[in-house]
Design a protein around this ligand. Structure first.
Ligand SMILES: Cc1ncc(COP(=O)(O)O)c(C=O)c1O
Length: 395
């Protein structure tokens, strides 16, 4: 056994989160793609079976009340809230991240005065945010200004209505400085909207602490909600009265069953709801969130950094020099929970071979091997094995 393998074994033995692994369905491979689709928590299949057979099959329409279906979006929002540093009453779950980006960004611009004629967006963003920001600009009669995250402070002015940023870059795993960028947006008098897809469940976000205005995120990555599980929308309590959703469906009406002709928005985070919630996915997510009971997000962050550090150390030790180049920031303050390795010209083939050997990461065009580290179920021995197999494939 190598020194690194021995170190890995010891660190797994000392890991306070190691027992969480038993809460997930895993195989004998190494799953490093939880930043795309989290693994299945063991609590989910039984819950889904109950929701389908008893709540739907037996109780039918009664379940909207008796099984808490109607209030699920805000109840599950409150369950996610502590994971992203938010007090209760500010998050609703539902729709996809893309749809929530539209709600958040148009809602943000509608809070700004008419003289603010620009929307600033991260030019390196995950594509959906860019597409939707462009549409939000057209819908609100503003101009879209794509800039790199490090250029955002210089791009802000009295013309800025709202700024849409990613907390962690999906390609490189770079963590952007949410507190200082939010403060800069506020200093310019604009509204800050954050996409938390790659940070929620992997590191502390501190939405309330840092005064974030609106935020969105998915639940199928580090929150393990399952394929296509609903996303969420955060609207800071102080802004909720001013939040004017571009999708004012009947579920966000002050009196949804009043069936009124005129729209009157509900109070609070409920304004972020649209139509009938996707109950099956939503209640699968609710069951999945049980793995967080008693977990501190600071402990998750500490382990995440230890895992990515250790992976980079193993890659340096095992992989032939020059064969890969890490795109992941060295500084912890700039690192999310993934490692991206440039591997030209054969990253796609290399990832296929790794997956064939049970080491599951993903490939991002044109030449990036991406590995996500989910601290609740990835251990140090997994990390050492992944780097060792990668080295074998690259030799
Ligand atoms: C940063 C980011 N935003 C948005 C999305 C897409 O969200 P959805 O498919 O839920 O609309 C993703 C998907 O991976 C993402 O990584």
């Amino acid at each position: 056994m190598s020194d690194l393998a021995r170190t890995a074994r010891q660190r797994d033995a000392d890991d306070p989160l190691a027992s969480r692994r038993a809460l997930f369905v895993l195989d004998d491979g190494v799953y490093l793609d939880g930043n795309s689709l989290g693994a299945l928590p063991r609590s989910v299949p039984g819950r889904v079976e109950d929701v389908v057979r008893r709540q739907w099959g037996a109780l039918r329409i009664r379940s909207w009340d008796e099984s808490g279906w109607w209030t699920a979006p805000e109840r599950i929002g409150d369950r996610i809230a502590p994971l992203v540093g938010a007090a209760a009453g500010q998050i609703v779950v539902g729709d996809s991240t893309s749809v929530n980006v539209l709600k958040a960004l148009v809602g943000a611009v509608r809070m700004a005065d008419d003289a603010r004629d620009e929307i600033v967006v991260d030019a390196t963003t995950f594509p959906t945010d860019g597409y939707i920001a462009e549409s939000a600009a057209r819908l609100t009669g503003r101009t879209l200004r794509p800039v790199r995250p490090d250029e955002v402070p210089a791009a802000l002015s009295g013309r800025t209505a709202a700024v849409l940023l990613n907390h962690v870059d999906y390609r490189s795993g770079r963590l952007h400085d949410l507190p200082s960028l939010t403060a800069a947006v506020h200093a310019a008098g604009a509204i800050a909207v954050w996409d938390l897809c790659h940070s929620a469940g992997a590191l502390p976000v501190g939405l309330d602490e840092h005064g974030v205005d609106l935020a969105v995120g998915c639940t199928y990555k580090y929150l393990n909600g399952g394929p296509g599980s609903p996303a969420y929308l955060y609207v800071r309590s102080g802004l909720q009265d001013r939040f004017d959703s571009p999708l004012p469906g009947w579920n966000s009406h002050a009196e949804p069953f009043g069936m009124r002709e005129a729209y009157e928005p509900a109070a609070g985070a409920l304004r972020g709801r649209v139509g009938t919630p996707d109950i099956l996915s939503m209640l699968a997510l609710e069951a999945a969130l049980e793995v967080w009971d008693g977990v501190s997000i600071d402990a998750v962050r500490a382990k995440s950094l230890a895992l990515t550090d250790f992976f980079l150390e193993c890659v340096r030790a095992y992989v032939p020099e020059g064969r890969v180049e890490s795109l992941t920031p060295v500084r912890h303050e700039e690192r999310g929970s993934q490692v991206a390795l440039r591997c030209a010209p054969d990253a796609g083939d290399v990832m296929k071979r790794l997956i064939g050997r049970g080491i599951v990461g993903d490939f991002r065009r044109p030449d990036v091997l991406r590995f996500g580290f989910t601290p609740l179920y990835v251990g140090f021995a997994d990390v050492e094995r992944a780097a060792r197999v990668l080295a074998e494939e690259l030799r």
